[in-house]
Design a protein around this ligand. Structure first.
Ligand SMILES: [Fe+2]
Length: 294
């Protein structure tokens, strides 16, 4: 049995943390982080480069350095790896989530998914198709969102960046609203040939009708997810993937002060809906291993 609860003393350096995350995918540090400020300080023991989340930019008011954001609490959020939907920029390597207020009633867990187990649980026909084909994210972002995603307000610069990327087709309308299709793999393969379902597709769906989630799950009507031939993912594709999702899901039941650290390239994360409205305060930040640091 892997011990996922560790102490800060056991992880003094980036290399210690990386070794653990490579081996077991996620871990918990319990009762050692008491505030958002301390959460930020502790994360800087291991990381100097952080990912900025454009979608949660309006919720960074509680964070001194602006990089820890309070996550949403309402509804389910299906499994995803952070930042995989965005072309041109690398997704973060590690997710860090810290609990200020733990929910007391049912639900509210952060869900965790071993991407390899997820891939193995997929129906064979879908797994084989995902191995062979790319899947397409459709994005429709107004100018402000686009600026935040790519940290630039220059459409010229974005056009230059997108034009050389063969995975993208795009256009900007007169208001500089971006409409983009990004062809990406849903399955990764490591040096040992282990395949993992690692991507952001389930958190990018325009609609979910699976009976366990319909009406209480994060979706974005302006997004789209398509097979390589541009046929949209519909419930015939999505529901069996969600069945596999539910089969491999682990739930982290939060305790106040927990720090959860996740390998973003091997494990997906999500959220289980609260059974009834109540306080749930979780802060997240996402980081990169810097070259030379590990
Ligand atoms: Fe996330």
């Amino acid at each position: 049995m892997v011990n996922n609860v560790l102490t800060l003393r056991e992880l003094p350096n980036p290399s210690d943390l990386k070794e653990k995350l490579d081996a077991q995918g996620w871990l918990i540090i319990r009762d050692e982080v008491c505030s958002v400020e301390q959460f930020e300080q502790v994360s800087k023991l291991w990381f100097s480069q952080f990912h900025t989340s454009a979608t949660r930019h309006d919720r960074n008011q509680s964070s001194p350095d602006g990089l820890s954001l309070q996550v949403r609490s309402s509804g389910h959020l299906l499994a995803h790896a952070e930042g995989y939907y965005r072309p041109c920029l690398p997704p973060p390597d590690v997710g860090l989530l810290w609990c200020k207020t733990a929910p007391q009633g049912a639900g509210g867990e952060t869900s965790l998914f071993d991407g390899a187990a997820f891939f193995d649980a997929l129906p064979t026909a879908i797994a084989e198709r995902l191995e062979k084909e790319k899947v397409i994210y459709e994005l429709s972002w107004p100018k402000d969102r686009c600026n935040l995603e790519f940290s630039t307000s220059s459409v010229k610069r974005l056009v230059k960046m997108f034009e050389v990327n063969k995975s993208i087709s795009f256009n900007f309308n007169i208001d500089e609203h971006l409409h983009l299709h990004y062809h990406a793999k849903a399955v990764t393969e490591d040096t040992l040939g282990r395949r993992r379902f690692i991507n952001g597709f389930l958190a990018h769906l325009p609609l979910v009708t699976h009976p366990s989630y319909a009406g209480n799950v994060f979706t974005r009507p302006h997004n789209g997810v398509y097979w390589q031939d541009m046929s949209p993912w519909d419930s015939i594709d999505i529901d069996p993937i969600i069945d596999a999702h539910d089969h491999v899901m682990q739930r982290h039941r939060w305790q106040e002060g927990d720090l959860l650290i996740i390998n973003n390239h091997t494990h997906l994360h999500g959220r289980v809906a609260l059974a009834a409205p109540e306080a749930r305060e979780i802060f997240s930040r996402f980081a990169y291993w810097s070259h030379g640091e590990v």
